[in-house]
Design a protein around this ligand. Structure first.
Ligand SMILES: Cc1cc2nc3c(=O)[nH]c(=O)nc-3n(C[C@H](O)[C@H](O)[C@H](O)COP(=O)(O)O)c2cc1C
Length: 374
């Protein structure tokens, strides 16, 4: 059995997302997460003590608001150096890096990921992304590739990375995108055969890439009823099984608003995501995404506008602890393996969730009570 926490026996795995930036909300509410290192460490330790499997950063080189390069949407810490430090601050949780393949050579990625896997004693995983935010990639002097070619590039990048992680000998690689002469990297990662790989491909090509190469497919759930959600998840699991003979986990990201009553929770989302919406940020995000992301026309983005403001389009977990627990049970029954949780205020949100929702998940057998890191 592979040793990374994402391969443990818990039926519903838990993680956090985007604590290397200001989280996933696009809100001007004063209580929205700031970008501070103490906050990132406090959240990481809170969820590490509770037995979460994943702490996942995102990768962003430039914010969304054209003409305002200093806009807060670009305030995001580098995922690799951030992950190395979070690894040192925690004991059990899986630590992810998110890597834009076009911005980093696989030899550099092999060395950095092995380093973090050693620092964390085998807790590293890598989320590989091909990039979609054109202005941030153009800063590197290379235009964003045609959509499907981004995944051809990513496949070759990953192929080289895996060889570097595993090969005891030097190797030559001559492909469509890379020429590597005498490729080699030591030390190797702690994990065998390699650290887990995550990908969030959404288009048909992206989905097939994830199903062929990733251990964890990371998706944005769109449906609301159990049957359509089951279909979204099974689309990935079925493609992995039928086309590639593989089992993959499917994870989704969520935003959580937990209050004593349903009404209070809904009122609070409306306050921070609608009344206090950062319109500049959402307009910028939609404007950049429409031409780049397949199967998502402008109307679909506009229909999801408030959900993007509330939590980057994540699945809503809004209500009482009991209601959130029941929704998580529904997602698990539909086949979901893991959720990444986000809150407008991570410290407050994670504490509430761990106090009130986690025990319900444990009582229901969706998670084993966490005994603590040895
Ligand atoms: C949950 C989730 C997280 C993502 N995180 C990042 C990220 O950190 N950086 C990034 O550039 N793209 C990120 N993406 C974008 C995906 O990598 C991908 O570009 C997008 O889903 C479009 O899919 P497609 O390339 O198959 O059209 C994320 C997507 C999803 C659904």
């Amino acid at each position: 059995m592979r040793r990374h926490p994402v391969f443990n026996e818990n039926k519903l795995k838990l993680g956090t997302f985007c604590t290397n930036g200001r989280g996933t909300t696009h809100s001007l509410a004063p209580e929205a997460n700031g970008l501070t290192w103490p906050l990132a460490v406090e959240v990481a330790r809170e969820v590490d003590r509770a037995g979460y499997e994943a702490i996942v950063p995102f990768a962003r080189w430039k914010g969304y608001v054209r003409g305002k390069p200093g806009h807060v949407s670009g305030d995001v810490l580098d995922p690799f150096t951030w992950a190395a430090a979070i690894a040192q601050a925690t004991r059990q949780a899986g630590i992810f890096v998110t890597s834009h393949a076009p911005t980093i050579h696989p030899i550099v990625a092999a060395k950095q990921t092995a380093t973090i896997d050693i620092i964390s004693n085998g807790r590293l995983a890598i989320n590989v992304v091909g990039g979609w935010n054109r202005p941030e990639l153009e800063m590197f002097g290379a235009p964003l590739r045609e959509h499907d070619q981004r995944y051809d590039y990513l496949a070759e990048w990953l192929h080289i990375l895996k060889r570097l992680w595993n090969s005891a000998d030097e190797f030559d690689h001559h492909g469509a995108f890379f020429d590597v002469a005498g490729g080699f990297s030591n030390p190797k990662p702690v994990q065998r055969p390699h650290p887990p790989i995550m990908n969030a491909g959404h288009s048909d090509r992206g989905m097939h890439f994830a199903c062929e190469h990733a251990d964890l497919c990371f998706i944005g759930l769109r449906g609301a009823d159990p049957e359509s959600i089951r279909g979204e998840i099974e689309k990935y699991k079925g493609a992995a099984r039928d086309r590639f003979g593989r089992d993959v986990q499917v994870w989704a990201h969520t935003y959580v608003v937990q209050r004593d009553t349903q009404q209070e929770a809904e009122d609070y989302v409306r306050y921070y995501a609608v009344d206090c919406q950062d319109h500049e940020s959402i307009d910028g995000l939609i404007g950049l995404s429409v031409p780049e992301v397949q199967n998502m026309p402008r109307e679909a983005w506009e229909a999801m506008r408030n959900r993007y403001a509330a939590g980057y389009g994540g699945f809503p977990l809004v209500g009482t602890a009991e209601q959130i627990f029941r929704t998580l049970g529904m997602l698990s029954d539909a086949g979901l393996d893991g959720v990444l949780l986000t809150w407008i205020d991570f410290v407050d949100g994670a504490k509430r969730f761990n106090r009130d929702v986690l025990p319900l998940l444990e009582q229901a057998g969706l998670r084993k009570p966490f005994a603590g890191a040895s």
